[in-house]
Structures are given as C-alpha cells and as structure tokens.
Design a protein around this ligand. Structure first.
Ligand code: AHR
Length: 512
C-alpha cells in the first residue's frame, strides 16, 4: 500500500489555467482534415471549421492555442493566409514529411474564429527565419490596431471590424534547429531587435493597467539536451543582459518524451520494459523545469540596476513549455506525417506531465500539448467524418477541475515498496480535488490518502482499459472512456482507494 498525505492548509501556489494549453500547426493532418475542411465539405462545419472537433475542444476549453508552428512558423508568411480564399497563394510544406501544398485556406481570420469558437486565447508565433521585423510588425498592426490605418482597414475589409487583440507573440521557433540553427548569442542579438519593435497599442489617457498587453515570448532551449540546454539559456541571457531592459515576458522551452529507438515498433505495441522507459522519460521534464527556472532567474539577476534617471529593469519572465508530449518512433513512418495512435501509456504520461506542471505551478506559467489533432500526443484523431477522442483528451477533461485551484503540499510513503502511484491535490475553497495515477502496467494498487482535516467523498472518475494496448478507433471510439470511480473507503481523515493498473483517477472531497 502506498500512503499519500495531503496537507489541506499548505498551499503551494495557484495553478495557472494556461498550463492546459494546446498547439496546432500545418503538419500532417492537424489543420487540413483535422480542423479545417472548408465550407463546402460534407463534414458538418462552422464556416469551414470541423464541427465535431470544435465541439470537442469547446468542452475542455483550451485556455491558449499556439499557431502557426512549430517549424512551419519559421517560413510562414501571414499575408498568404488573408483575403478571399480563392485568391490565396498555394505554398508548400516539407516539414517532417508532410510533403503537401498549403492552400492557405486556414489563415489568421480562420485561426481567430477557431479560437473564438473553442474559447481560447491565441498565441501567434512569428517567422524569424525567412521573415523580417517589418513583416512581424505589419501582422501585429493588422491584428490589433483599432484606429483607421490602412492595415486595420484591410482587416475590416476581410471581415473583422474589431481588432483581434492578440496578446501572446512568440519570436521564433526552435532557433537552435529548424529556426535557423542559430547560436544562443546570435539569437539573443536578433531577438532584441524584434522584441524592441513590438507596437504597444497604448491609448492616450488610459492608466497603465488598462492598456493593452503585448506579451513577448523568447525561444528557449531544446529541453532534451542537458548540456546544450543549460548553455543556451546562459548564453541567451548573457547577450540579452548587455543592455538594460530584458524585453521579454516569457521563455519557451520544448520537451518531447522521445521513444524513438525502434521506429519499426508500432505505438500500440510495447512490452513492460518499453512502458517503464516511456514513463521514466516523461518524468525528466521536472528536472528540466527546475534547472531552467533557476537559470532564467540567474539570467534576470545579471541585468544591471538603474543608473541616473532610468528606472530599474523589471526582472520578470515566465517559464513556458510551448511544446510537449510523447514522440514515438513509429510517427516518422506513419501517414499522415507524425500521426500517432494513443493508448493508456500516452494517457498516463500526459497525466504525469500535467502533475509536474501543477506541482511546479510557481515556476511554470503555461504549457502547450503537441498537438491538438492528428499529430503526436494528440487529444483528437479524425477519420473522414469521425472525430475520435483519445485517452489524452479524457485526461485533460478530468484534470480541468485543477485549473485556477491552489496546489496543495502532498507527501508520500510507499513503505519501502517501489513507488508506482503518483498523487496530486488542489483546493478550491472547501473542495479538494485529488488525482492518482497508477503507473503499474499490470497490477492494481491500493493508495491510502490522509488529509489533515476530515473530509466527505463527493464523487470520482477513472480512466483505464481492459488491455493496456487498447486505443480508441473509428470502429471503437469509446473503448477507453471515463468511468465512475470505485468509491474510497473513508474513515474521517483517511480514505483508501483501489486503483486499476495503468489508470488515471480524479476524486472530489468536501471539507467537513
Ligand atoms: O510538433 C512537431 C514539431 O516538433 C514542431 O513543428 C517543432 O517545433 C518541433 O520540433
């Protein structure tokens, strides 16, 4: 039996809803077929956007969606994606073996409509590799300018009278690789130029707190490379701090849980050894967050204090994980490009990853799962007219209760046994949400929860399947689904629960 103690009065910080954000890009079948089918499609749609996908995402309300990439952002020209759709240029995408023309039917307005329908805020990533400062500024002006400029008039002509008020802007993507194979110092020097050119969209006569916000996100390191990632962050801040102001609000690291040793192995076929390797792999992200948080703080501290009449620099920058998820070897050979099926292995690692974010909510402010539909660690898969909710989708759905809650201190004792259960708890007023992930591939496990105050059980949900290799398909779209969790045996401050193998459970308790 594993014992988990939940300290109801020890709050560790607020769980930012943005930790449940998502990422979409024209890659494989994420956008075309996955999100966009066009107005004339037989597949039911809202002005060209798949109804089933929009409706499914609306239910889990992703707080923030990042677009147009990813690597695709590194060569994307926003002007290709505006104006009458039949007059948009056709470009081409070779990224990750997509090898398909981009009809540019899904551009700025379509993305904004998608965000509006699912209730998400947009995060635009600008093209720093083949684009320019001028192109970035014009995109910002087109999106956000309220006054009667030519670019604002063009946006209005294209259907949006109101400015989009896009707040989150990423400057470049993976600049250490597909974004131009830059050095960190080279990127920082270039970044400064872009970040300094952000329009403020400030209004005369308004107080500072009422002014529009423009949130600048710099490209952080490849989280999978320990030595290089530390060097990247040190070098980046060293170069940036040669000048007075940090000019950044967020720092975006990427972390894929690589499982690519055997590309011939299907993502639904694995043995016990593979299972635990993938589970251990996703846990490395916690170390990356702690290290990068420390390096970002060190970097901010290296900015010089104010001299003369100038104010001291604001030494603040959020850590963001802009792309995360399992990347199985099979994805390289699958069509559409980077398509992956999703089993309880992915659901368990997604749950563990969200637990890492929640536990470290004081250190990491936003995170985007890669990607929403049909690519890698996806939440939804589409097959012609069908939209299949993957087990990952259900994890996000079940974990929604933690958004905006206070993370609680959780300690554990497995009594010398190997620890297989991961536990996390949050609190909203008098309600406590506890999630338990049983990472044991074959055996059910018992967990004993001890609260520092007596509680009453108020319900629970569990996600598991009969066979750990199961997945949801067009024929069996609900093979893995949420079920009512077995109720715990409760004695005042203690609750005992039985967790099925390879399962994710979320319980609700009310304080007595
Ligand atoms: O998500 C797939 C790709 O992975 C993205 O385009 C890129 O940023 C990353 O390498």
């Amino acid at each position: 039996m594993e014992r988990i103690k939940i300290d109801i009065h020890k709050e560790k910080g607020r769980i930012s809803p943005e930790l449940h954000s998502q990422f979409i890009e024209f890659l494989g079948a994420c956008i075309y077929d996955g999100i966009w089918v066009g107005e004339d499609s037989e597949i039911p749609n809202y002005h060209g956007l798949r109804k089933d996908v929009v409706d499914a995402l609306k239910e889990i309300q992703p707080p923030l969606v990042r677009w147009p990439g990813g690597c695709y952002a590194d060569t994307y020209h926003w002007r290709d994606g505006i104006g009458p759709r039949d007059r948009r240029p056709v470009t081409y995408n070779e990224n990750f073996g997509t090898f398909e023309p981009d009809s540019n039917q899904f551009g700025t307005h379509e993305f904004m409509e998608f965000c509006r329908l699912i209730g998400a805020k947009p995060w635009f990533n600008i093209n720093m590799m083949s684009g320019s400062v001028a192109e970035m500024r014009e995109w910002m002006e087109y999106c956000n300018r309220e006054d009667s400029t030519s670019l604002a008039a063009e946006r209005k002509k294209n259907g949006s009278e109101e400015p989009f008020q896009v707040e989150y802007w990423g400057v470049g993507n993976e600049m250490w690789a597909g974004g131009g194979t830059m050095t960190a110092a080279g990127y920082a020097a270039e970044y400064r130029k872009y970040a300094s050119a952000f329009p403020s969209f400030a209004k005369l006569g308004k107080k500072q707190e009422e002014q529009p916000k423009m949130y600048r996100i710099a490209c952080g390191p490849d989280g999978n490379k320990p030595r290089e990632r530390a060097e990247w962050t040190r070098e980046f801040f060293k170069e940036l701090s040669r000048f007075r102001q940090p000019i950044l609000d967020g720092y975006d690291i990427h972390f894929y849980n690589w499982n690519i040793e055997n590309p011939a192995q299907k993502e639904t076929e694995y043995g016990e050894e593979d299972w635990y390797r993938v589970i251990d792999g996703c846990r490395e992200l916690e170390e990356v967050i702690l290290e990068q948080y420390r390096l970002v703080r060190e970097g901010l501290d290296s900015f010089r204090e104010a001299e003369g009449p100038f104010p001291s620099p604001e030494k603040k920058c959020d850590l963001i994980v802009g792309e995360w998820g399992n990347w199985h070897g099979a994805a390289f050979g699958n069509r559409p490009a980077l398509y992956q099926q999703c089993t309880m292995l992915d659901a368990v690692t997604s749950a563990l990853t969200l637990d890492i974010f929640h536990r470290n909510c004081e250190k990491v402010k936003a995170a985007c799962v890669a990607q929403s539909v049909n690519v890698l660690n996806s939440l939804l898969l589409t097959e012609k007219g069908q939209c299949i909710r993957t087990p990952n989708y259900h994890v996000f759905d079940m974990y929604k209760v933690h958004r905006g809650g206070e993370a609680l201190a959780v300690s554990r004792d497995s009594g010398g046994e190997e620890e297989r259960i991961n536990g996390f708890a949050s609190r909203k007023g008098g309600i406590i949400y506890v999630n338990l992930v049983n990472t044991d591939m074959v055996s059910s496990r018992i967990a004993e929860l001890t609260f520092t105050q007596a509680v009453t059980y108020a319900g629970g949900e569990a996600l598991y399947s009969g066979d750990v290799h199961d997945c949801n398909t067009a024929d069996q779209p609900d093979l893995i689904r949420k079920r009512v969790a077995e109720a715990p045996v409760l004695h005042g401050k203690r609750a005992q629960v039985i967790l099925p193998p390879a399962s994710v459970s979320v319980y609700t308790f009310a304080l007595n």
